[in-house]
Design a protein. Structure first.
Length: 387
């Protein structure tokens, strides 16, 4: 592996502190990812990439085109600089040589992936930063990119809890054989039925989850069951956070992958839904019972101009970053969404970010909160159904 390097820039002053309970309290410290070194990952049980029109037909893999990397990293660097100008401390990961085989005693895989979307791997709850299991073999070693940052946080904040979920074995037993051949041949309604029944690619052989499938609402954590998060992973999180109410959420999307583009907290009492399909009826009733307004997002501009080599949904438009309760960073092309959110009183900070999508996500995916002002609050005093 290449020599690790990391970057810290202090947009904020003062001692290091790990503290974040939700996605809307005033942001003081954040990690911003890098596109450098990202590869179209080699096919594996959990995921297949197929981009025949862009030079990567099914079965092929390798480094993302250099011009795409350069443009994405320029936008990431500019975003980091924007945050610094607003007084926010920014850390960056240390890329590895992702275009090389990796192995454990039980398997070998021909590539890694990248370190653009730290939100996939790291979950901050209060003063704890938790490393998720991950369910792709290509992402098993990705935690190494963030270890220099986490070590510095651990050294700088004596109250920080640095945790890692059990490292998964990811043997063949963790995946359903032939899943993609079967699933891709189903109708939309048949796929939705599989999602509702949580009959997806992962088995329950071991706990598996991505951090980006967890939505933080103070005392309540909502865990989406998806292509990368299984029921066992949800159960592990529920036991790991005994002081929280941890809820399992089933998607109404045919390809559930991370909750932060479909069920997006904006501020206390206001949540954004992707708009493609209504969320689970019981979940919606639970929020309404607790006086939350559910906003259906307008159709994304990215629907009209999908970037090449991107595995992200057009609803990546909803993948925003709150700077505080009143300020949202939104991709600059998403003018309709910005206008919609402005009508709710938000200051919109437009950020050029379209080039970053093919590297694993949007503004929320590319960041991990380390420090936000605030404390754990109970935003859902009334119980309903299974919630």
């Amino acid at each position: 592996m290449t020599e690790q390097r990391t970057t810290t820039t202090d947009g904020a002053t003062g001692p290091l502190r790990v503290n974040s309970w939700n996605g809307w309290d005033p942001l003081r410290h954040v990690i911003v990812g890098r596109a450098e070194g990202t590869v179209v990952q080699a096919p594996e049980h959990a995921v297949r990439r197929d981009y025949p029109d862009d030079g990567f037909p099914l079965g092929t893999f390798g480094p993302m085109p250099a011009d795409m990397v350069a443009e994405a990293d320029e936008q990431l660097d500019n975003f980091a600089a924007l945050l610094e100008r607003r007084g926010i401390r920014v850390d960056r990961p240390a890329p590895l040589d992702f275009n090389r085989p990796v192995s454990t005693p039980e398997w070998t895989h021909e590539s890694m992936f990248g370190c653009m979307p730290p939100r996939d791997l790291l979950l901050t709850v209060g003063n704890e930063v938790l490393e998720a299991t991950m369910s792709y073999r290509s992402r098993w070693f990705e935690y190494l990119c963030y270890r220099p940052v986490l070590q510095r946080l651990f050294d700088g904040d004596e109250k920080m809890r640095w945790e890692a979920a059990p490292k998964p074995r990811l043997t063949d037993a963790s995946y359903k054989p032939g899943f993609w051949d079967i699933f891709n041949g189903l109708t939309t309604e048949e796929q939705l039925a599989r999602v509702r029944d949580y009959d997806l690619v992962l088995t329950e052989a071991e706990p598996l989850f991505d951090a980006a499938d967890v939505a933080r609402f103070g005392k309540d954590l909502f865990v989406q069951l998806s292509f990368v998060t299984n029921k066992s992973g949800y159960q592990w999180l529920k036991r790991h956070f005994p002081d929280h109410r941890v809820h399992a959420v089933t998607s109404t999307n045919t390809h559930p992958l991370h909750i932060d583009s479909t069920w997006v907290p904006l501020r206390p009492g206001l949540v954004l839904h992707c708009g493609e399909r209504l969320a689970d009826a019981e979940l919606m009733e639970f929020f309404k019972l607790n006086d939350w307004e559910i906003v259906e997002a307008v159709q994304p501009a990215s629907w009209d101009h999908p970037p090449k080599l991107s595995f992200c949904s057009p609803w990546l438009a909803a993948n925003m970053l709150n700077l505080d309760e009143n300020t949202l960073c939104v991709e600059e092309n998403e003018v309709r969404l910005s206008e919609q959110l402005s009508s709710y009183g938000f200051e919109i900070v437009p950020v050029p970010f379209r080039a970053v999508g093919p590297f694993g996500g949007g503004l929320h995916c590319s960041t991990v909160d380390i420090d936000r002002e605030g404390s754990m609050q109970d935003y859902f005093p009334r119980r309903y159904g299974r919630f």
